[in-house]
Design a protein around this ligand. Sequence first.
Ligand code: K2U
Ligand code: NI
Length: 181
Amino acid sequence: MKLFNIHKIPDPVLFEKAKEVSMPLSEEKRQMILDMVEYLKISQDDEMAKKYNIRPGVGIAAPQIGVSERFYAIYFNYDEKTYEYGLVNPKIISTSIKKAYLETGEGCLSVPQDVPGYVYRYYKVTIKAFDVVSNKDVTLKLTGYPAIVFQHEYDHLDGILYTDRINKKDPFLVDPAAIAL
Ligand code: K2U
Ligand code: NI
C-alpha cells in the first residue's frame, strides 16, 4: 500500500498542462497508477482513512501527486457498478450539448477549503484512453455522476480546478437547461 503526498493549491504543478505519457508504459509508471487506484480504495475505508489521516476520494490525477503527466485513477461504486480505472493519455472524443452539475457542488483533495457553488460539466462524455487496470485501450461512454467525476479528473490534467468553473458573481446561478444531479 502506498501513501501519496497530495499537492495542494497554490502548488504550481496543479496549474500546468500535463504532458502526454510516453508509451509503452514503464513498469514503474504502471505500478504508480495501480497504487493510485489502491489509494482511493483505502481512502473510502473509514477505518483506514482515519488511521492514515487521508480524505476520501473517488478520483486522483497525476498532478495531485506532483507528477505533471496525463494519467489519473478512478475508483467508486455507483448504481451497482464499480468504476475502477487507471487512465493514461485520456481523450474526450465526444460530449453532449446538455450540461449537468452536482447540487451539492464539488470538492477536491488539492483544495483544502470547500468552495461552494455549481460546477457545470457535460452530462455525457465519451473518453478514449489506455486503461492500466484492464491493460487495454478503452472507450468509456459516461453519463451523469460518473461523467462528472471523470471530467473533474480530466480537468486536473489541463491545470483546471473545479473552483475555476464556479460563477464568481453568482456561484449558485441555475442554468435551467442543465440537469441537477
Ligand atoms: O480530484 C480530486 O480531488 C478527487 C475529488 C473528485 C471529485 C470531487 C467532486 C466531484 C467529482 C469528483 C474527490 O473525490 S472529492 C471528495 C469526494 C469523495 C467522495 C465522493 C465525492 C467526492
Ligand atoms: Ni480534484
